[in-house]
Design a protein around this ligand. Structure first.
Ligand code: DX5
Ligand code: ZN
Length: 217
């Protein structure tokens, strides 16, 4: 399967959101990655539900929504109503992860679970067959533009094994420090979706940066 590229809006110029949306809409990137931070689960606050709602009419691309928030269950319906297609919660933020995943699906979205860099893949053993997506954080969540953590390749190998062993079909997404220098290797290790913030919106030609990421692997 060809991999998907998901530009992360966090790295866009927030005074020109419409332009960023047009750029992604006209590009071959299939997904748009939306980072929601609450200042509690992560030491930063980004943007929220009203912004998703405002940009939803500008594109039909898949809204890949990454919740870095505590107690995400409270907002599942609100994210669906705002236009999220994929809703990813952090394993570390959910006490009753199975219930949360079922609630996301019942609301009509694809369900994802994200792991922080220190969280072992083995923690997904019992939930993996229920998931549409696993997001492997390749930096500590909270900020764009950080350096990629090399241990990610090992985690990808373990996750690919676990997925096969469990007969699961969740897509594997990598988020943080992804660019043209590591994209091909990530795809070779099993990444199905590459999130890219600064390597796309910080590039002199963001459209070309998306193309380069798609051609990798
Ligand atoms: C970090 C976010 C990422 C971020 C990636 O907490 O989850 O999605 O936007 O940014 P880059 O690609 O610049 O590392
Ligand atoms: Zn993210």
């Amino acid at each position: 399967m060809a991999h998907i590229v998901a530009p992360s809006l966090l790295a866009a110029d927030f005074t020109e959101l419409g332009q960023a949306l047009r750029l992604v809409d006209e590009s071959p990137a299939e997904w748009l990655h939306l980072d929601i931070m609450d200042g509690v689960f992560v030491p930063n606050i980004s943007y929220g539900i009203p912004v998703i709602k405002a940009i939803r009419p500008l594109t039909r691309k898949v809204f890949d929504t990454h919740l870095m928030i505590v107690d995400p269950d409270r907002y599942i319906t609100a994210f669906k109503e705002a236009g999220a297609d994929v809703l990813t919660v952090h394993l570390e933020a959910c006490t009753h992860l199975h219930r949360t995943v079922q609630a996301i699906k019942a609301a009509g979205m694809k369900a994802g679970v994200s792991l922080n860099p220190h969280t072992p893949v083995a923690g997904l053993e019992d939930i993996l067959p229920d998931l549409d997506l696993v997001l492997i954080m390749s930096v500590n969540p909270g900020f764009g533009g950080q350096r990629f953590i090399e241990n990610t390749y090992r985690k990808l190998d373990q996750l690919v094994d676990l997925r096969e062993r469990r007969g699961a079909s969740a897509l594997i997404e990598v988020d943080g420090g992804v660019g043209r220098e590591n994209a091909a290797r990530l795809v070779a290790h099993g990444a199905d979706v590459l999130v890219a913030g600064s390597s796309v919106f910080g590039a002199p030609d963001p459209g070309k940066a998306i193309h380069d990421l798609l051609l990798a692997g």
